[in-house]
Design a protein around this ligand. Structure first.
Ligand code: SRM
Ligand code: SF4
Length: 580
């Protein structure tokens, strides 16, 4: 059921060279570059001295800025993590017995920290000796051969192997042992996947519209933009050490829908489709992030770039952050802290200085329709290409195993063109299915498990990894949230979708602050005052143009006591009724 809003046609707009649309050729978008009118900087000149410098192809923190730095910075200084990839040091590491590596501080830092630059996360606490691997999957677009390859990889690890769809439109796989990594990296390359720079102080997967290029109502196809961003970020899989020593993690998204499926307000950089003097481009939001100590919505940088400048702008912002961001208390090193310190105008001026032409235009006319009603992409929906459809499938809490992944790959080949899309809600979309194949597709047994028509609460459930695998977790999330949701569906009648998000700790990887009802893992006390696993309950998160971050309403509910509390909240705030 897509809601269509008229009046947002931008077909007569001018699209720049690389990304021109509907055959409209680019025109001289550079001509419209006016002089920016930033106020003269008031920040002390010595504060604008870059804190890192290039040495032998890598970026290192200068000696004079090493006072009071956090332990992660020391680990980066002690040994450049990118060397595992750039200089193939992974080969040697993979041959070293794990126990030997784990017997020294340097070896521990390698396996627990530095390997995250290769997308490898040691699961020390819950799967000792095994790694989770995360990828770059621009715009969340994957395909049958990648899915099959990942399924083959995890199936080797038997009960240890499984896969997750993540809240950044990505695959993660589990069970990997270090000795397999060099061969695995080569295999990934052969199917066009890269795991590079996907953990620690790196840029995460660029998020776009999951319906990019197939959405009849899209403003712009975000896939090419996410692709060029990803190509820049990891230098087409060769590694990009210019941006692998950031003060902290960093998120980027490109918005292509009125629905704002891309969550622009919670990314460090969001590209918002906008025009300036009839030229298509993007307005820029910066600084959105979540962390245990602070959650901030992105703010406008009062800047517009033509579509051709998407990568230069990203580079200029990343270099500003890399050069000037502080590296002390890690709870205060995300980019928004730098923006706060400098003020948005001074931050903007520093970004501008790093642009190839030395200037950026002020914001243009936003193309997002704020009155748009967010669509659901479950079930069968017509694409902009006549005769083709996309089919949204529900993957319970984003967890898959090898047999289902093989089936999924077969189905994507047999009914579509092999392509598979991932949403930030940890679900899947099968695009490019011809109308005549739909009936047969809907009878596939896999769709009994991965429903195109999920029940209303399950449809919107998101859960992070939680204590099954994540060492930071205070609570189990995936199994528990599924069970609670099923209990709620059995006992409650709902008239509108209610988005439930479960996150195992205050890092809020499942973005509970954007949920209608959010659950954050915490230690609670039972009726005998005994400490037990529990959740803080948040309410009122909104996504879309009137975005709002949810707030804590009921602290410390023991996990076993959630049901009645959530039933009451559903009745009070979401018009739900008890089933009789
Ligand atoms: Fe996250 C750390 C999982 C999206 C905020 N996140 C972790 C680690 C790596 C911790 C660890 O070492 O175990 C988790 C790995 C667990 C595992 O075994 O899977 C983890 N984060 C995830 C995923 C898989 C959750 C999911 O189930 O989907 C998501 C992977 C996305 C991806 O493909 O890259 C994931 N994490 C997020 C998001 C959501 C987003 O990006 O929109 C956030 C909040 C947004 C943000 O960062 O601004 C998020 N993760 C964090 C943080 C807190 C960051 C901070 O500034 O304090 C940490 C901890 C840290 O970085 O120190 C963290
Ligand atoms: Fe792990 Fe916490 Fe992130 Fe959940 S929110 S995946 S428990 S770090």
């Amino acid at each position: 059921g897509a809601t269509r809003v008229q009046g947002n046609s931008h077909q007569d707009l001018v699209y720049p060279t690389q990304f021109h649309k509907h055959g409209v050729r680019a025109s001289a978008e550079r001509e419209v570059k006016a002089k920016a009118v930033a106020a003269p900087p008031t920040i002390a000149a010595d504060r604008l001295v870059p804190r890192v410098e290039e040495r032998d192809g890598y970026y290192v923190l200068k000696e004079e800025f090493r006072q009071g730095i956090n332990p992660s910075e020391k680990i980066k200084i002690a040994k450049e993590p990118m060397k595992f990839f750039m200089e193939n040091e992974i080969e040697e590491l993979a041959k070293t017995p794990f126990a030997e590596l784990d017997s020294s501080k340097a070896g521990k830092d390698d396996i627990d920290v530095r390997l995250k630059w290769l997308g490898l996360f040691h699961r020390r606490k819950h799967q000792y000796g095994r790694f989770m691997m995360r990828f770059k999957l621009p715009n969340g677009i994957t395909n049958s051969s990648q899915t099959r390859f990942l399924a083959e990889t995890i199936s080797k690890y038997g009960e240890y192997g499984c896969a997750d769809l993540t809240t950044r439109q990505n695959w993660q796989i589990r069970g990997i042992v270090l000795e397999d990594v060099p061969a695995l990296l080569k295999g990934l390359e052969s199917v066009g996947l890269s795991s590079l720079q996907s953990g620690m102080d790196n840029v995460r997967n660029p998020v776009g519209n999951p319906l990019a290029g197939i959405d009849p109502d899209e403003i712009v196809d975000t896939a090419p933009f996410c692709k060029v961003l990803s190509d820049y970020i990891i230098n087409r899989g060769q590694g990009n050490p210019q941006i692998t020593n950031l003060p902290r993690k960093w998120n980027v998204c490109v918005v292509g829908t009125h629905d704002l499926f891309e969550h622009p307000h919670i990314n460090d950089l969001a590209y918002m489709p906008a025009t300036k003097n009839g030229v298509f481009g993007f307005n820029i939001l910066v600084g959105g992030f979540f962390s245990p100590k602070r959650c901030a919505e992105a703010i406008p940088m009062d800047a517009w770039v033509p579509a051709d400048d998407v990568v230069p702008l990203c580079k200029a912002i990343l270099e500003t952050y890399r050069d000037l961001g502080t590296r002390g208390n890690r709870q205060k090193t995300r980019m928004m802290w730098l923006i706060d310190e400098m003020g948005i105008e001074e931050f903007r001026a520093e970004v501008e200085r790093r642009m190839p032409g030395g200037s950026i235009l002020r914001a243009g006319k936003d193309l997002v329709d704020p009155s748009w009603t967010r669509r659901s992409f479950y079930g069968v929906n017509p694409q902009k290409q006549p005769g083709l459809n996309y089919v949204g499938l529900h993957i319970p809490v984003g967890r898959l195993h090898a047999p289902e992944m093989f089936e999924l790959a077969r189905i994507a080949d047999e009914y579509g063109n092999g392509e598979i899309r991932i949403s930030v809600e940890q679900n899947l979309i099968l695009p490019n299915v011809p109308t005549e194949k739909i009936e047969k597709l809907l009878k596939e047994p896999l769709l009994e498990k991965y429903s195109p028509n999920p029940t209303p609460l399950l449809a919107n459930l998101v859960a992070c990894t939680g204590s099954q695998f994540c060492g930071q977790a205070i609570a189990e999330t995936k199994a528990r949230s599924l069970q609670l949701t099923q209990e709620l569906e059995a006992t409650m009648e709902t008239t509108r979708p209610i988005r439930l998000h479960f996150t195992g700790c205050p890092n809020t990887c499942a973005q509970i602050q954007v949920a209608d009802i959010g659950f954050m893992g915490t230690m609670a006390r039972d009726e005998n005052r005994k400490p037990v696993e529990g959740f803080d309950i948040y309410l009122g998160g909104r996504i879309g143009s009137d975005s709002h971050l949810g707030e804590l309403v009921v602290p410390g509910v023991p996990a076993t006591k959630l049901l009645p509390v959530v039933q009451d909240l559903m009745i009070q705030h979401f018009g739900a009724k008890r089933k009789t």
